[in-house]
Design a protein around this ligand. Structure first.
Ligand SMILES: [Zn+2]
Ligand SMILES: [Zn+2]
Length: 512
């Protein structure tokens, strides 16, 4: 594909083309998370980006699949915020796989399931429907066994690959590909292999993982018992091989020098002697230049984002920028209206027609999102609401009852936060006195029922010019009388929506 052709393409199309051009079907797109706590905006990126690649592949081939891995055999290493009240109850389970830790609220069969189900609900809301692959089931089914064996039997070789690719000076003496799950205490974070031979191993549960201590047990097990997991850097490439992964994303921190992607490439090429999948990189989600961080309280919470933005707009905000860029996701009075206006613009484009480069990318980004649920432009909705303060009336006037009802809860929360531009926030009729009442009266008298918004606008200009006065003075007086502000929405449109006779009356009264 030429560089020039790429310039017209959305990033998800570029990745899809590369997969189609260089890999064999089936085209499996993979993504995944460890469900160790509540969903946060960064998790959204994990599944939204893969979903975008998958959807772009699907436009070109029937042979595409999206698999989302829940890494729930990972150790439970920290009590997340919403579960702090259960800290005492949960503490004894630190160090166990998340899938073997109880759900303190009792609504799911494990701690991992509690948050996995939250992630699954979110995926559904965001229009992603991957096949979910649970690490506990994958291990239990024996899928990893041959890799655990191979890694263990060629331990020195794989150890060297990991060391070199991760730029480590040295490796622990007792380094081993397998992390046994202790038969006595159930922990996975505190065990180490003592010796391994032909699929059988001895282990000790005596490590100090800081958040958990081993119980001191020594035991024996077989790979075939499925009471283990692989080290993360080995688990990843093994899974990619048996799942036939053709594309998988990773955030910038996985793609650093010596990062997990370096090890992944090295294991595919040097150990498995095969080409790795296409590993695309995505930037961080940022809030005013700082990386989103729940623990540091940087960025919007998931709940806040859901309250403040229609889901399709949130999807669009994440999918529109280039994938490798860091994405600023800041909602406030300066970003909200431009984002929604751009979303409305993208929704109006036809991606199959001749479009300018930037518009084509916007149209494709929009095609990957949920649909816009309202028809009139938001600015018209805001203006109508400012005038009538009645959502039902707004819906009637704009001939979009459902759209107005859908937007109402968002607009109300934006108004509460002061995010709506001043010109859409006023009380009609709560005005002041004009500086030039004679001019205002003349303009009011020129208004007649049935005039269009452009005619009203022209009448204002003509009246002022006819008197040799700069039109902006007349506009200032009109807004002062009508809404008590020196400026407002485009006057012609405003008067037309509020009703010509009604406004005429108000202006004449104000000009007395
Ligand atoms: Zn639960
Ligand atoms: Zn133990």
């Amino acid at each position: 594909m030429s560089e020039d052709a790429k310039k017209n393409m959305h990033w998800s199309e570029i990745i899809a083309e590369e997969v189609l051009g260089t890999r064999e079907p089936p085209y499996v797109v993979m993504s995944g998370i460890t469900t160790s706590g509540p969903l946060h905006p960064g998790t959204l990126c994990e599944f939204m980006f893969a979903d975008a690649v998958y959807k772009s592949l699907k436009k070109k081939t029937k042979d595409a699949k999206y698999v989302f891995v829940a890494d729930i055999l990972d150790a439970f290493d920290n009590v997340p915020e919403p579960f702090k009240k259960y800290e005492e109850e949960l503490k004894p389970h630190l160090g166990k796989p998340l899938a073997h830790t109880p759900d303190p609220e009792g609504c799911h069969k494990s701690f991992a399931d509690h948050f996995l189900s939250e992630a699954e609900n979110a995926m559904e809301k965001f229009g992603a429907s991957p096949q979910i692959l649970r690490a506990d089931q994958t291990y239990a089914s024996g899928k990893y066994d041959e890799y655990a064996r191979e890694f263990s039997e060629r331990k020195e070789e794989i150890k060297k690959i990991v060391q070199e690719s991760s730029l480590r000076e040295s490796m622990p003496e007792d380094w081993h590909p397998i992390m046994p799950i202790c038969e006595q205490c159930g922990k996975v974070a505190t065990t180490r292999i003592l010796n391994y031979e032909n699929g059988e191993y001895e282990y000790a549960c005596d490590k100090d993982a800081k958040y958990a201590k081993g119980c001191g047990y020594r035991g024996k097990a077989k790979i075939g018992d499925h009471k283990y997991k692989l080290l993360w850097r080995l688990d990843w490439p093994a899974r990619q091989v048996f799942m036939g992964t053709k594309a998988e994303g990773g955030s910038v921190d996985h793609h650093t020098k010596g990062g997990s992607v370096s090890t992944l490439y090295a294991i595919h090429r040097k150990f498995f002697k095969r080409e790795p999948p296409i590993m695309y990189k995505f930037g961080f989600l940022k809030y005013k230049g700082k990386k989103y961080s729940k623990s540091k309280g940087i960025g919007h919470s998931m709940q806040e984002l859901m309250e403040l933005l229609p889901i399709p707009v949130l999807e669009y905000a994440l999918l529109r920028p280039d994938i490798q860029e860091d994405k600023e996701l800041v909602l406030d009075e300066s970003t909200l209206l431009p984002l929604i206006t751009d979303f409305e613009h993208a929704a109006s484009l036809d991606q199959d027609s001749e479009l300018a480069r930037a518009d084509r990318k916007k149209a494709v980004a929009y095609s990957l999102c949920g649909k816009k649920e309202w028809s009139a432009p938001l600015t018209d909705v805001l203006l109508n609401y400012a005038i009538y303060k009645d959502w039902e009336k707004v819906g009637e006037l704009l001939e979009d009852k459902e759209g107005a009802a859908y937007l109402s809860k968002y607009v109300n929360s934006w108004l509460e936060r002061g995010w709506i531009p001043d010109k859409y926030v006023f009380n009609l009729g709560e005005g002041g006195s004009p500086q030039n009442p004679a001019l205002l009266r003349k303009f009011a008298e020129s208004l007649r029922e049935g005039m269009g918004e452009d005619e009203v606008q022209a009448a204002a200009f003509d009246t002022a010019k006819g008197e040799g006065i700069p039109p902006k003075e007349l506009f200032r007086d009109a807004y002062t009388v009508l809404i008590g502000k020196p400026m407002g929405p485009r006057l012609g449109k405003f008067i037309r929506i509020a009703g010509i006779s009604r406004i005429k009356g108000m202006l004449l009264e104000g000009a007395e």
